[in-house]
Design a binder for this molecule. Structure first.
Ligand SMILES: Nc1ncnc2c1ncn2[C@@H]1O[C@H](COP(=O)(O)OP(=O)(O)OP(=O)(O)O)[C@@H](O)[C@H]1O
Ligand SMILES: [Mg+2]
Length: 448
C-alpha cells in the first residue's frame, strides 16, 4: 500500500490512491483530519488526536501540541511524569495512529511532506519518526510541491505556493511543465504560523479580562481554546463577542486583531517580498491560517492578483503526496526538481561560515574547495558542518562533524585539504575531506 502523509503542526492527514482514485484515510473514527496532539497519561498510556485534546483541559502538562515546530531540535524535550519525550517521539506516536488506520497487513510505503523551509536535520527527524512508526519511507516531499501537484494543473505555469499552517510559513515558486515540478525559489519561516496568531488573540483576551476584572493574566492561562475559536470566527465576521464563565462579556474586532498582529504581518510581508520580483502566473494559497483575511489581502496586494484557493485547504498537501507516491506505481509519475532551502558549509577560523553549497542550488550538486591547516604540524582537522545564512557559523544550525586525520606534517597553511559537499536527488548529503598530498580521506554521509 502507498500513502501520502501531511504531518502538520496542528493537523495530520493521510491519503491514498485506490484504483487510481484519490481517497482520504479516516484516522479517528470517521474523521480524516487528526489533530497533531499527543497525551501521555501518568500510567503510561498514550492518546492521540481529539482524544488527547479532550484530556488537555484537565491535565495540560501531559498534552503535547505543535511538536513539529521543534522537529530536529536536539535541545527540546518534554518531561512528563519522570519520562522524557523528544519531538521525534511525539511525531512517531501520531504516525503510529496513521499506520494503524491504514488497516492493512501489507507493508506501507509512505511519502511524507515537510515544510520546504525545514532544515536537513528537521527532514531527517521526520523521516526517522515515520520509520519508527512502521512506514517504509519512500520520499520526503516539500509541502508546496505536494500542493502544486494536488492542484493538478499540469499546464506550463509558474506557481507561487503560499502555505501558512499552524506552525510554519512556506513560500515557494514552482514551475510546472507537464509532470515536471521545478522549484525556482524557496523562502519561509519554520517558526511562524497560526499558533502565533493564537498567542496574539490570547493577549487580547488577557488585557480585556484584566481591565474588566483586575485578575492578573497568569491566573487565566487556559483560554487557548476560546482564543483559537475567536480567531477563526474573525476570518468570517467583523467582530466577535467573547463569553467566559464568571467574566463580563467583551468584544474583539477584526481590526483590533489585525492591529495587534502587525509584527506577524510584517514577517509575512518581508518573506513574500523576497519573491515579489518573479514572474508568477498563478498564486495558490494553502494552510488553515491562510484563511485570515489580512493574509489574503497582503498576498493579493503584493502580487497584484487574486490568489487561488481551494475549499479543501486542509487536505491538499496530503492529496499531492498521495498522487506523487501513487502515480509512481502506475506510470512514470511526477518528476520533482528541488533546490536547497538553506546554505550548507563549514566553520573556518574565527567562527566564519564558509559556504560550499549556497541556498537555492539545484539538486543534485557537488562543490569542492581547498582548505588548509591553522597550526604548524597539525595532523588532524575537525570538519564541522552548519546550515543557514549567517556569516557567523555558530549562528547557523549545527549539522554534524567528523575528523580528518593523518594530515601531512607541515607548516600551517601548507597542506591542501579538499572538502567536497555532494547532494544527490534523494536529498542525501555526503561530505568528504581529503589531504591531497597524503591521500588520507574521510567522509560522512548526512541527509539534506
Ligand atoms: N478559518 C480560519 N481562519 C484563521 N485561521 C484558521 C482557520 N482555519 C484554520 N485556521 C488555523 O490554521 C492552522 C492550522 O492549519 P493547517 O491545518 O493548515 O496547519 P498544519 O498543516 O497542521 O501546520 P503546518 O503546515 O504549519 O505544519 C491553525 O492555527 C488553525 O487555527
Ligand atoms: Mg500544513
Amino acid at each position: 500500500m502507498n500513502v501520502g502523509i501531511d504531518l502538520g503542526t496542528t493537523n495530520t492527514v493521510c491519503a491514498t490512491l485506490e484504483n487510481g482514485k484519490f481517497k482520504l484515510i479516516p484516522l479517528e473514527g470517521k474523521n480524516t483530519i487528526l489533530p497533531s496532539a499527543v497525551y501521555y497519561s501518568a500510567i503510561g498510556g498514550v492518546l492521540v488526536g481529539n482524544k488527547a485534546l479532550k484530556r488537555k483541559a484537565a491535565n495540560p502538562d501531559n498534552c503535547i501540541t505543535s511538536a513539529k515546530t521543534f522537529m530536529g531540535d536536539d535541545n527540546k524535550v518534554w518531561h512528563i511524569d519522570n519520562k522524557t519525550f523528544t519531538p521525534t517521539d511525539v511525531a512517531t506516536e501520531i504516525l503510529k495512529v496513521v499506520y494503524q488506520a491504514c488497516q492493512t497487513n501489507e507493508p506501507i510505503t509512505a511519502t511524507i511532506t515537510v515544510p520546504a523551509y525545514f532544515t536537513s536535520k528537521q527532514n531527517e527527524a521526520t523521516k526517522k519518526a515515520a520509520h519508527d512508526a512502521g512506514f517504509i519511507v519512500n520520499e520526503i516531499l516539500p509541502e508546496p510541491i505536494a500542493a502544486a501537484i494536488a492542484y493538478g494543473d499540469n499546464s506550463n505555469q509558474t506557481i507561487l505556493v503560499v502555505d501558512l499552517g499552524g506552525g510554519t510559513f512556506d513560500v515557494s515558486v514552482v514551475k510546472t511543465r507537464g509532470d515536471n515540478y521545478i522549484t525556482l525559489a524557496k523562502e519561509g519561516d519554520a517558526q511562524l504560523g497560526g499558533d502565533d496568531f493564537d498567542r496574539v488573540m490570547l493577549d487580547i483576551f488577557l488585557s480585556n479580562i484584566f481591565s474588566l476584572t483586575g485578575v492578573p493574566a497568569n491566573t487565566l492561562s487556559r483560554l487557548e481554546d476560546k482564543a483559537i475559536k475567536t480567531k477563526i470566527a474573525l476570518s468570517e465576521f467583523d467582530e466577535q463577542q467573547v463569553n467566559i464563565h464568571n467574566i463580563p462579556p467583551f468584544t474583539v474586532t477584526k481590526s483590533q486583531f489585525e492591529a495587534k498582529s502587525k509584527h506577524l504581518i510584517h514577517k509575512i510581508q518581508t518573506t513574500v517580498n523576497k519573491v515579489k520580483h518573479m514572474d508568477i502566473d498563478k498564486i495558490v494559497l494553502v494552510g488553515g491560517a491562510a484563511n485570515l483575511p489580512f493574509v489574503r489581502d497582503l498576498i493579493r496586494n503584493t502580487f497584484n492578483q487574486e490568489p487561488y484557493s481551494n475549499a479543501n485547504l486542509a487536505t491538499l498537501v496530503a492529496k499531492g503526496a498521495a498522487l506523487k507516491s501513487g502515480l509512481e506505481q502506475l506510470r512514470a509519475g511526477a518528476i520533482v526538481q528541488d533546490i536547497t532551502a538553506h546554505s550548507l558549509g563549514i566553520i573556518t577560523n574565527g567562527n566564519v561560515f564558509t559556504c560550499l553549497i549556497p541556498k537555492g542550488t539545484q539538486i543534485p550538486a557537488s562543490r569542492s574547495n581547498i582548505f588548509t591547516t591553522t597550526y604548524d604540524y597539525q595532523t588532524a582537522i575537525k570538519i564541522e558542518i552548519y546550515e543557514g545564512e549567517s556569516e557567523v557559523a555558530t549562528d547557523n544550525k549545527y549539522y554534524g562533524e567528523f575528523v580528518l586525520s593523518d594530515i601531512q606534517k607541515a607548516k600551517a597553511g601548507s597542506p591542501d585539504i579538499e572538502i567536497t559537499f555532494e547532494i544527490n536527488t534523494g536529498h542525501l548529503l555526503t561530505v568528504s575531506a581529503q589531504d591531497i598530498n597524503t591521500n588520507s580521506e574521510d567522509s560522512v554521509i548526512l541527509k539534506v
